[in-house]
Design a protein around this ligand. Structure first.
Ligand code: GTP
Ligand code: SPV
Ligand code: MN
Length: 585
């Protein structure tokens, strides 16, 4: 074993004092035994084998159902390097505090060592990590989410380079919960949570917070983005990466099935990834994107045969469901929006209490999730395992906004695109444990995930673009405009294809648009509404309209956000904001 691996393992073992250390090899026998153990000790419930082959239900601790941003820290040497959008703590101070919590925390337990790769093993894009965890649930989720096992360990042993991820459930005490990152040491320490983004350390902690720091140093981008390919009737595929905040539609868009109008002509959509894209410049002057992950950890509520038929197929077997409702009669699962009719008094909710839809509470937790390997997905791109990734024609930002942002807008150029990304705002969702539905600034959908000062991150985006001879075009979309009754105006889901169609056209230099203060907005007849019930050209006009007075308020909010960076926001972005303010008059 590589000396660096050996040294790290000895260090954490002597601190956590597990009874036994178990390396995860990736073998089926080992996983089978772990599933059996988890079912015996109650961590997992095996579901109806006929209806849900090889599927399991997990209920997490009730205080541990979403990411906890107030307990998440970037422990860079200097506070300024974490920036105003991150919680910061001096690294030595945090290490000292956490060492006390970890001390003896695995007594009587096993420590599982999970070697994993992010990206295709052996590719120039790939990076490696080892997660130490006391949780079988974490091991079994990691197996689906990353490329786990001996092949990854072989690479780590070859180079001695890996991100050191330590996770302990300890007693899931909310007050002593810490999700901490030490970018200068490529180290993540997480304690007292077993929830996805807090405990599956490959995901947000490594692939975004640590990787964004690596990306800054190495000249690439680690982003909270889905990647999809749109195949046209000639068989040409154009790739798009899109950044939406948590629970704002990435998974759904990544698996879109084109509406009949497009499907009949031969359009197809291929999913490359649904949450995390690592993006770098190719020798051809384009940007190339790779999904860092190997599976989906998706939002369950709202997923159904109409909203996301590809996901319903993806979930036919080999899934871990977390915090959904349980139909104890036939040992199946249910969540809000899965089926409309629920004729039974045989449901227990995510808390394991008897429940009916009339109780006025949710059966499944709003942030209940499924974990499933990407290989289950019927529309998985054939480029999924391509070590070079896919070339991007467009980058799309988007948020959940009831009023301000139009259905779609194209930035004037790369620099203006970075500006549009930097002024994103979105209503908060159940993916994190804070108030829901409150608009907050969320640049590039990275507010909770950027591992360094976001002003430097904006500068980095500008620098990356400067070197591209053939940059993707940058857009912003908003599927979530509402009417006076609070109902979504745009039908969304598969109909979003109509907007992607315009985006692809524009990336090729075609299509008509009008230059407005925030960028190019399509002429209303540019969005194809053929066969779309209840959407008229007037409705499209409304969806594409800008309300100057709301935008003026928005600018005040953006200005005060920019101000929190104490002068560090790149000049060109500040100028773009002033220009926008002037143009709105
Ligand atoms: P994370 O996994 O948290 O990063 O979320 P995500 O961005 O992948 O979001 P996801 O696709 O799981 O969607 C979250 C919620 O948004 C679900 O309740 C969806 O039903 C809803 N949603 C997704 N796409 C649309 C859309 O086009 N229109 C509307 N109105 N809702 C949508
Ligand atoms: C998100 O919150 O953006 C997710 C789920 O994708 S988690 O893995 O918890 O971050
Ligand atoms: Mn996400």
């Amino acid at each position: 074993m590589n000396a660096k691996v050996k040294y790290w393992v000895e260090e954490i073992v002597s601190m956590c004092e597990p009874n036994e250390v178990v390396w995860i090899t990736g073998s089926k026998e080992q996983y089978d035994a772990l599933y059996e153990e988890a079912c015996t000790n109650g961590e997992l419930i095996k579901l109806n084998e006929e209806k849900h082959p090889n599927c399991y239900l997990h209920r997490s601790n009730q205080n541990d159902v979403a990411r906890t941003e107030d307990k998440t820290f970037i422990c860079s040497d200097a506070k300024e390097d974490a920036g105003p959008t991150n919680n910061w703590c001096d690294p030595e101070e945090m290490y000292d505090k956490l060492k006390k919590l970890y001390k003896g925390s695995m007594k009587g337990k096993k420590m599982y060592l999970i070697p994993f790769a992010m990206g295709v093993i052996g590719s120039d894009f790939a990076k490696y990590g080892i997660e130490a965890s006391d949780s079988i649930y974490v091991v079994l989720n990691m197996e689906k989410m990353a490329r786990v096992g001996q092949d990854a360990l072989d690479k780590i042993n070859e180079t001695g380079q890996f991100v050191k991820c330590l996770h302990a459930c300890k007693d899931l005490n909310f007050d002593d919960r810490y999700i901490t990152h030490f970018p200068q040491d490529d180290t993540i320490w997480s304690i007292n949570s077993a929830y996805g983004g807090n405990a599956l350390l490959s995901k947000k902690c490594f692939a975004l917070r640590i990787a964004s720091c690596n990306a800054r140093d190495e000249g690439w981008l680690a982003e909270h983005m889905l990647i999809l390919g749109i195949e046209n009737p000639d068989g040409e595929i154009n790739y798009i990466a899109a950044a939406f905040p948590s629970a704002c539609g990435k998974t759904n868009l990544a698996m879109l099935i084109p509406p009949e109008l497009y499907a009949k002509k031969g359009y197809k959509v291929w999913c490359v990834g649904d949450d995390i894209a690592w993006i770098r410049a190719g020798e051809d002057g384009r940007l190339w994107a790779m999904n860092a992950e190997n599976g989906f950890f998706g939002v369950a509520p709202g997923t159904n045969k109409n909203s996301n038929p590809n996901m319903v197929k993806t979930l036919e077997s080999d899934v871990i469901f977390t915090n959904v409702a349980h139909d104890i009669d036939d040992n199946t699962i249910w969540w809000e929006g899965l089926t409309s009719l629920l004729e039974s008094d045989r449901i227990v909710d995510w808390k394991s209490e008897k429940w009916t839809p009339n109780d006025g509470t949710k059966g499944a937790h709003p942030n209940s999730r499924f974990t499933v390997k990407a290989e289950n997905c019927p529309c998985l791109s054939k480029e999924f395992d391509n070590p070079d990734g896919v070339p991007l024609s467009a980058i799309v930002f988007g948020g959940r906004r009831a009023k301000t942002f139009p259905l779609v807008v194209q930035s004037k150029d790369w620099e203006h695109g970075v500006f549009i990304g930097s002024i994103m705002g979105s209503e908060t969702t159940a993916a994190a444990t804070s108030a829901i539905g409150i608009v907050r600034r969320d640049p590039m959908a990275m507010l909770p995930f950027c591992g360094y000062n976001m002003a430097d991150y904006f500068e980095h985006w500008l620098n990356v673009g400067e070197k591209l001879t053939n940059p993707p075009k940058i857009f912003n979309v908003n599927w979530f405009r509402t009417d006076e009754n609070g109902r979504f105006i745009w039908p969304g889901f598969s109909e979003n294809m109509r907007v992607l169609d315009w985006i692809i056209k524009r990336s090729k230099g075609d299509g008509n648009a009008e230059l407005t203060p925030i960028g190019f907005i399509p002429a209303p007849d540019e969005i194809n509404i053929k066969d779309l019930k209840n959407v008229t050209t007037d409705i499209i006009k409304n969806l594409l309209s800008l309300d100057n007075s709301l935008w003026k308020e928005e600018i005040i909010n953006i200005k005060s956000f920019y101000d929190t960076f104490e002068g560090k926001v790149p000049k060109s972005l500040k100028k773009a904001l002033l220009d926008l303010e002037k143009d709105l008059i």
